[in-house]
Design a protein around this ligand. Structure first.
Ligand code: PMP
Length: 397
């Protein structure tokens, strides 16, 4: 197993994060880390848990009040028919949730249908679980959604799981109800599991968020995976969760959580209870501000780099996944084996602007680049000004 990990890639997001630490005064548009402060309800509950000496070992799958609160949230907000609180498991963020879920589901050689583009750790986690991710392109001309005929064609006898990520990181594409209904029908007909990664359920500007597990008969074959990271601006605190109806899978997942973490941090879990019990106003406030930042960034990009990047503002999530004008880059001498890497390295080195090359999100995303628009207005403004200055210095050839 040790040497197997030599074949597992490190996500470019992490490689770039490490690169950014050596950049002086960087604009951190590389990682999806919202600039907001966590709600007071979260912070106060963490402080109280510490003052109350809640610093000891906990049940592996989470403290009862938190599992209860998550079960209730999934029933009322996501309309998922979660039965008992035992079906809910608390994880170290969504990453750990996906790790536990794929490790519980997959046997060697099993295939998982994954969107392309997709947040890179998903493919790597599937790989660490012995599976193989099979990427099916999201079509930019369809608003970064699947042509579902292509999904059907990618299913083989080895396909075990359909992984959905709506809204999608990095494209912001959102699956509609008719599309989810068709995917649900395919899952039932082909006897597939569905892993539904709903990390951005609260970051939707156009359209609505629908959990596929809420569709008739789907919860039994769907594992919805959530994180508090984005919704409550607590990316570093690490609280995620999923719901699993199947008792056998749950036994496996419990062991995976036990042997990877024993239990999620006690104070993080009490903080999460505080956030869920308190006002949810921050979610709407964050969304309003994120929409403003999205629009500000897209407008600013036209001014800072006219003709260099193209793309329309996404319906959800908080990234600008834009196409690089290859002709412009060639004329500017920004070239290399990978256009998206050459552009990303150029912007980081000369403009201090963090960004992630499209290639990392799937081979067909070469030529695109991702900027994160959830940073503060000041940081976005600074990045755009730096981009304007940097690109205006590029010698035309
Ligand atoms: N799923 C997707 C699609 C994501 O973009 C992320 C974070 N960027 C996660 C899951 C996991 O987030 P975390 O581990 O911070 O909860």
């Amino acid at each position: 197993m040790g040497s197997f990990y030599d074949s597992v890639p490190v996500s470019a997001i992490v490689r770039i994060r490490d690169m950014m630490y050596s950049v002086k005064d960087p604009f951190r548009l590389d990682q999806g880390d919202v600039s907001f402060d966590a709600p007071e309800t979260f912070k106060q509950a963490v402080a109280k848990a510490m003052a109350d000496n809640r610093t000891h070992y906990l049940p592996t799958t989470g403290i009862p009040p938190l599992r209860k609160a998550f079960a209730e949230k999934m029933r009322t907000k996501n309309h998922i028919p979660v039965g008992s609180d035992d079906e809910v498991m608390v994880t170290n963020g969504g990453t750990h949730g996906l790790y536990a879920v794929f490790h519980a589901l997959l046997d060697p050689g099993d295939e998982v249908i994954v969107p392309e583009p997709e947040w890179p750790p998903t493919m790597a986690i599937v790989q660490t679980a012995g599976g193989r991710g099979v990427q099916v392109p999201l079509r930019e001309e369809l608003g970064w959604r699947w042509n579902i005929d292509e999904v059907e064609r990618a299913i083989t006898p080895k396909t075990k799981v359909l992984y959905l990520n709506s809204p999608n990181n990095p494209s912001g594409g959102i699956l509609t109800r008719p599309e989810l209904e068709r995917l649900a029908q395919i899952a039932r007909d082909r006897n597939l599991w569905v892993v539904s990664d709903e990390a951005y359920e609260d970051v939707i500007f156009n359209g609505e968020h629908i959990s596929i597990a809420s569709l008739p008969g789907m919860y039994e074959r769907t594992i919805p995976v959530y994180t508090m990271s984005k919704t409550y601006a607590v990316t570093g605190v690490r609280v995620g969760y999923f719901a699993m109806k199947d008792a056998k899978l749950r036994e496996r997942a419990l062991k995976i959580i036990l042997y990877t973490t024993s239990n999620v941090s006690s104070i993080a879990q009490y903080g999460a209870v505080g956030a869920l019990e308190g006002s949810q106003q921050c979610i709407a406030d964050f969304r309003t501000e994120l929409k403003y930042r999205r629009d500000m960034f897209y407008t600013g990009l036209q001014e800072a780099a006219p003709g260099v990047f193209s793309g329309t503002p996404p319906d959800g999530a908080f990234y600008a996944f834009v196409k690089i004008n290859a002709e412009w880059a060639k004329n500017a001498g920004i070239t290399g084996d990978s256009l998206s890497w050459a552009m990303a390295e150029y912007l980081i080195k000369h403009g201090r602007i963090g960004c992630v090359p499209g290639l990392d999100f799937g081979p067909s995303c070469e030529g695109y680049i991702r900027f994160c628009t959830c940073r503060s207005r000041e940081e976005l403004t600074g990045a755009l000004a730096s981009m304007k200055e940097t690109l205006s210095r590029v010698p035309a050839r």
